[in-house]
Design a protein around this ligand. Structure first.
Ligand code: AMP
Ligand code: ZN
Length: 141
């Protein structure tokens, strides 16, 4: 796995065992461990072992494996933590809040009134939603 490693990356170092972490799961391609600053206890990070910076770099096969593992690991995290629900999230690029530049998915156990705030939506201006939908449709492959 070393050939896939970025020597300056903290998550690559966790995968290599060079930095300690509370490992939850590991297979040939994936690794999961507890986030050290959890939103709630049990907040878990699922990562590809290979160093991809974000979702845009990840290939189809690894994305398929990750999505299935998100469901299965999510079931385990939610069950073990007796959570009422689970947020699965990913930040891509610093402007979107990504701090660690090794692609990772957050699995966050949720409880009624746990105090965690979601983003607040805003309203579209007159005609804006149609224009925006057209711009995105024009880019859909
Ligand atoms: P993000 O903002 O999506 O890049 O989230 C990065 C996450 O990685 C944060 O929630 C951090 O608490 C977590 N994190 C950073 N360093 C470590 C570490 N050494 N072990 C476990 N989690 C970490
Ligand atoms: Zn890395």
């Amino acid at each position: 796995m070393d050939k896939f490693k970025n020597k300056d990356c903290i998550f690559c170092k966790i995968v290599a065992g060079e930095i300690p972490a509370e490992k939850i799961y590991e297979d040939d391609d994936l690794f999961a461990f507890l986030d050290i600053t959890p939103i709630n206890a049990g907040h878990t990070l699922l990562i590809p072992k290979k160093h991809y910076e974000n979702i845009f770099e990840m290939d189809d096969e690894i994305l398929k494996k990750i999505s299935i593992k998100l469901r299965d690991l999510g079931t385990s995290v939610k069950g073990a933590m007796k959570a009422g629900g689970l947020n699965i999230g990913m930040n891509n690029s610093p402007v979107a809040g990504q701090v660690v530049p090794h692609a990772h998915f957050h699995l966050i156990p949720r409880y009624l009134k746990d105090g965690h705030k979601h983003w607040e939506g805003r309203k579209y201006k007159e005609g804006e939603i149609t224009k925006v939908a057209g711009e995105i449709r024009g880019k859909v492959r």
